[in-house]
Write a protein that binds this ligand. Sequence first.
Ligand code: COA
Length: 199
Amino acid sequence: MARRTETRRARCVARALLAAAIAATAAVAIQFQLRMMKIRAATESDHDAVWNIFQEIVAAGDTYAFDPKMSRQEALAYWFRADTHTYVAEKDGRVVGTYILRPNQLGPGSHVANAAFMVAPNAQGLGVGRRMAERCLSEARRMGFRAMQFNFVVSTNTSAIHLWEQLGFKIVGTLPGAFHHPEKGYVDVYVMYRSLLED
Ligand SMILES: CC(C)(COP(=O)(O)OP(=O)(O)OC[C@H]1O[C@@H](n2cnc3c(N)ncnc32)[C@H](O)[C@@H]1OP(=O)(O)O)[C@@H](O)C(=O)NCCC(=O)NCCS
């Protein structure tokens, strides 16, 4: 009886060790893949890739207050605006994400940065957004911005809010019912902010 209990216990330990080993291997594989990812300034040759990501995310209509029928020309004009630094994340030669960094306001408000992020739907949840946001924060600091503000974070966008909070952003304001969600109707929008002066 005691021997049977011992055997069962040993099997449980072996199973737990195997599960831990599999999880660790998966984590190492993801880290490896992320290290292979390159973040660089976007060029005109990225327009098609950026438009494909932009179109898919905006068509879903649940994260950005853009017209879902926005044309390619309008989208690229916005994403590559003259005052905007545009970046792409590339993995195995494929653009999997894009982000922009620019002053949130003009003149006396231009020391606060604004940024926006889009990861291709089939590459979401793999750490691309986090890598882009970390790079964006360090770039913004390098450029001399004193803070970063997100003006329009839809309250139902829990993965984005989770990520921004982990990166030090706080909800500093709520715009009641400011977004019309395709399924949830009128939902709140958050203004999120973090200083870049301390870490
Ligand atoms: C928001 C967005 C930029 C995040 O990028 P991502 O590559 O998908 O996110 P990451 O893989 O880096 O994950 C970051 C965190 O969010 C969480 N997350 C990612 N996708 C998630 C999902 N579908 N559900 C719940 N949490 C999720 C992850 O768990 C991770 O946190 P953890 O490391 O503590 O587990 C990306 O999902 C996206 O482009 N969404 C559509 C556009 C958008 O919402 N832009 C932001 C507007 S404010």
